[in-house]
Ligand binder design. Structure first.
Ligand code: F6P
Length: 550
């Protein structure tokens, strides 16, 4: 079924059936669901690769799940999935294939775009990245003055920053600790300043990561980085060749910038920015963890790709997680979704997911060009769990909003922790388990009274519970497990976009701000007359110039 001929989502019998079912379930309580089915804690679980998924603490019954799967069938989620894997141009507004899955496909896979098998070139670039990474890691590649490279600075933004920055944090214990790896994204000059102020330029490699190589923030920072390097080294522009490499789809712009295209690592327009960090965009990560670990990560992605492609609806984890999001967003009015990792190493994981999810599914127009009249992507937010507990969990427990949440935790601390620090892991995980327990089952007024609490405090100390959570538990955070986790979320986002009938692979919503910034900038920097802006912006620009002394 194509997007144009599809019935309006909220007029389908499957949607109506879900709405009626929601009505009938009313305020069903997790306490009741567990009382009715004591095995729920084990039967409402799935396994994909190393990830154990517990979805027992959701406001769903077997009937809910069946109806959600019917909605997925009616909206042809698996048909669109197959079209994506086949290399069809499912990103219709940009007329592009969507093939991040080809980036982690084994070398004997065949995936054609416009008749060409793209997998061989994926592996050619991976091999080139591996060879380059080894040269940096071994010290064979030296800077302009002959010094070994000890610092790697990735300059990029959005999908050309968040993925490698997140994964570098996540896999820190697998990194070469002799290398300093930093990430510069913000056009605020403070970002680059802080990244390089204590570095020796002679030992520093800049990786300029930009799919388009036209992104103003990245090109501005790259230009400043080049000036800094040449100034520090007191060298002529030919020093750039040993200190700058590019990750891009745009060889012409890379050459214009002055980077030798031999030092360019290519990817393709069928890789969306937010789906790109397992392409050449991962070079900084590969240098940090080494090619073997990087390939383990790709294998982790691929494992979940295979699962998404082959697992039946009843045990298909991305399908399930996507549909649970539909259930809360469209039938419970939930506006946001929290992702709460119980791992210090996943401190940037939710920020990464924000782009993945919100840039993909933050759309109000369907693939048929019509405005949707149902909710689409949620606000995704969160930070590592224990810190959140002492900050915003109050609102999740006792606020007035329904906030479904994912809890992600690991049975083992990372191997390199000293025994005393490793022993803290049980305390971390005790919090992990306790929080989903408290969120689900709460504390009744009678339980509060039984503790001897004064009657006037009873309402304040009562926890209504019934806050839905998914628990994702794995043995340890390895490169493969990280790849599995990311692929899981990529496909979850895919499922939701397919159900909502939106193009999850374009991002037109970021364009207007870019255009307006270009229009405003001359008025700020050149002291020119304020152009024809709206009243508020004109006044703000005037105030800014006044404060800036212009
Ligand atoms: O403006 C949004 C965006 O296009 C993202 O989708 C992308 O990841 C980011 O900018 C960076 O783009 P590029 O890699 O082309 O510099």
């Amino acid at each position: 079924m194509n997007a144009e001929s599809r019935a309006r989502l909220n007029q389908t019998p499957e949607w109506t059936a879900l709405a009626a079912h929601r009505e009938q379930l009313g305020e069903v309580q997790l306490r009741e669901l567990f009382a009715a089915d004591p095995a729920r804690g084990t039967s409402y679980t799935l396994q994909v690769g190393d990830l154990h998924i517990d979805y027992s603490k959701h406001l769903v019954t077997d009937e809910t799940l069946r109806l959600l799967r019917e909605l997925a069938a009616a909206t042809d989620v698996f048909g669109l999935r197959d079209a994506m894997f086949r290399g069809e141009k499912i990103n219709t507004t940009e007329d592009r294939a969507v093939l991040h899955t080809a980036l982690r496909a084994p070398s004997d896979t065949v995936v054609r775009v416009d008749g060409e098998n793209v997998v061989p070139e994926v592996h050619t670039v991976l091999d080139k990245m591996s060879a380059f990474s080894e040269k940096i890691r071994s010290g064979e590649w030296t800077g302009h003055t002959g010094k070994r490279i000890k610092n790697v600075v990735n300059v990029g933004i959005g999908g050309s920053d968040l993925g490698p920055a997140m994964a570098y944090e996540a896999l820190r214990s697998f990194t070469d600790r002799g290398l300093t790896v930093r990430f510069v994204s913000n056009v605020d000059g403070a970002d680059l300043h802080e990244a390089v102020r204590d570095l020796d330029a002679a030992e520093t490699l800049f990786i300029i990561a930009s799919k388009t190589f036209t992104t103003i923030e990245t090109i501005t920072n790259a230009t400043s980085a080049r000036e800094w390097l040449l100034g520090e080294l007191k060298a002529s522009p030919d020093a750039v060749a040993k200190h700058f490499v590019a990750l891009s789809t745009n060889a012409e712009k890379v050459a214009d910038f002055g980077i030798d295209t031999n030092n360019m690592f290519e990817f393709w327009d069928w890789v969306g920015g937010r789906y790109s960090f397992d392409s050449a965009i991962g070079l900084s990560l590969m240098i940090a963890i080494g090619p073997d670990r990087f390939r383990e990560m790709l294998d982790g992605f691929h494992l979940v790709d295979k699962h998404f492609r082959a697992a039946p609806p009843e045990s298909n984890v991305p399908l399930l997680l996507g549909l649970l999001g539909v259930w809360y967003g469209n039938f419970h009015d939930a506006q946001s979704h929290a992702v709460l990792p119980y791992s210090h190493y996943l401190s940037k994981f939710t920020a990464y997911l924000q782009q993945l999810d919100m840039e993909s599914n933050g759309k109000y127009v369907g693939r048929d060009g019509e405005e949707v009249d149902w909710q689409t992507g949620p606000v995704v937010w969160g930070t590592p769990g224990t810190n959140g507990q002492h900050a915003y969990y109050q609102l999740i427990h006792q606020g007035t909003k329904l906030i479904p949440a994912d809890f992600i935790g690991f049975a083992q601390p990372v191997a390199e922790l000293a025994p005393g620090l490793a022993a803290q892991h049980d305390l971390l995980m005790a919090n992990f388990f306790a929080q989903t327990q408290a969120l689900a089952f709460g504390k009744t007024p009678d339980e509060v009274r039984a503790e001897g609490v004064a009657e006037e405090l009873v309402p304040h100390k009562t926890f209504k519970g019934n806050h839905p959570t998914t628990t994702i538990l794995a043995k340890e955070l390895t490169p493969s497990v990280l790849g599995q986790l990311i692929a899981l979320y990529e496909h979850k986002v895919f499922v939701q976009g397919a159900v909502w009938n939106i193009d999850s692979f374009d991002q037109w919503g970021v364009e207007l701000g870019k255009v307006l910034a270009k229009r405003v900038e001359p008025a700020l920097t050149e002291g020119a007359e304020v152009p024809d802006l709206d009243g508020s912006t004109t006044a703000l620009v005037a105030k800014y110039r006044d404060l800036r002394g212009r």
